[in-house]
Ligand binder design. Structure first.
Ligand code: ATP
Length: 326
């Protein structure tokens, strides 16, 4: 049986609150098990250029509460090419790294799967994205924090909406996934959520209007997921102006405020569990998997599955929203 002796660890794709807590967990769980840790800076880019530093336990002190990623993150086009990945592999050989732990989302795992196959190297992924759009895990690291950030922002906008008796469309992140929109709508008592998942079957804006959604209210808040399918909050507001000029809507796009900030307790616990689970996965001789949680149990999900399948939003929450917004 081959035991991993030295891992490389990197963060890639969009940053998410809780990445640092996961970096801490990966580092400490590895050291606890007698495995060396080499931190790779700026995602796959640093793997190609060799921006690497060996981490001891104190390198991850005092970071559990910090948003962002101390390893920095970058998008790396070179890693999409065979030559780029070959350079990355040469770095691993030079550094004596015999397995990788990658923290990121869908794209990060797509690259990881190819790399693992091409060079026969074990790679384990830790799901970090505020969008929660990864199949095979109930939650991704960063999602809970982003949800709370959105809820707090919407609470503030609600004060203005109430005072001026206005309708607001508030756009939240999600990259064609409605988890943040739907759950933040319920959590902030919004009147409705417009999510990409059901756009082809239901004209959500028209349905809202037909419901007479402002009849008994002096203000209304509708959460809109960013999406090409609806055009996001701006697209929905433009449609409203054209088709129902009797309504006067304001648009707020929350933007990058949703990605930052100190992680919630829930994200810190998830990051700690999954970071430690990534090392367990390597000790269990897993080679090309994402670690996740399903029904509060840690699971290993082959990259293939995590990447290819779509995770469904819980559409019954739309009914809850409808019932509670009368
Ligand atoms: P987020 O969900 O926050 O966007 P992500 O991991 O999906 O995170 P991407 O920008 O899609 O972020 O991917 C991160 C990096 O993974 C890319 O910059 C690239 O280096 C690598 N990558 C993505 N797709 C591939 C691929 N098909 N082949 C090789 N590498 C890839």
């Amino acid at each position: 049986m081959y035991q991993v002796k030295c891992i490389g660890m990197l963060t890639s794709g969009g940053d998410a609150p809780g990445m640092n807590a996961a970096i801490r967990a990966v580092t400490r769980a590895a050291i606890y098990n007698g495995i060396k840790v080499k931190a790779i800076y700026r995602g796959y880019k640093g793997l190609i250029t060799g921006e690497i530093k060996e981490f001891q336990t104190q390198n991850v002190s005092n970071i559990i509460q910090q948003g962002g990623t101390i390893l920095k993150t970058a998008r790396c086009m070179e890693f999409l090419t065979e030559e780029g990945r070959k350079l990355a592999f040469e770095t691993l050989q030079k550094e004596g790294i015999d397995a990788l732990v990658v923290l990121g989302g869908d794209g990060t795992f797509t690259g990881a799967r190819i790399f693992s196959q091409e060079f026969n190297i074990p790679v384990v992924g830790v799901p970090c994205t505020i969008d929660n759009d990864l199949y095979g895990t109930d939650y991704t690291i960063g999602y809970n924090t982003a949800l709370n950030t959105i809820m707090e922002a919407v609470d503030k906008i609600r004060d203005t909406a109430n005072s001026h008796e206005r309708l607001f469309f508030i756009e939240v992140m999600g990259r064609d996934a409605g988890f943040l929109a739907l759950n933040s709508a319920v959590a902030s008592g919004a009147e409705a959520a417009i999510i990409p998942e059901i756009q082809t079957e239901v004209d959500q804006l028209e349905e809202l209007i037909q419901r007479g959604f402002r009849k008994s209210k002096n203000s209304s808040i509708v959460i809109v997921a960013e999406s090409d399918a609806t055009g996001g909050a701006i697209g929905v507001a433009e449609r409203l102006k054209k088709e129902h000029p009797e309504y006067d809507a304001r648009v707020t796009i929350l933007g990058h405020i949703q990605r930052g900030g100190s992680p919630t307790a829930s994200d810190r616990v998830l990051a700690s569990r999954l970071g430690a689970a990534a090392i367990d996965a390597l000790l269990d001789e897993q080679r090309s998997v994402m670690v996740g949680v399903v029904n509060d149990e840690v699971v290993y999900v082959p990259f293939n599955k995590a990447i290819k399948h779509e995770k469904d939003v819980n559409e019954s929450l739309l009914d809850v929203l409808k019932v509670l917004s009368i």
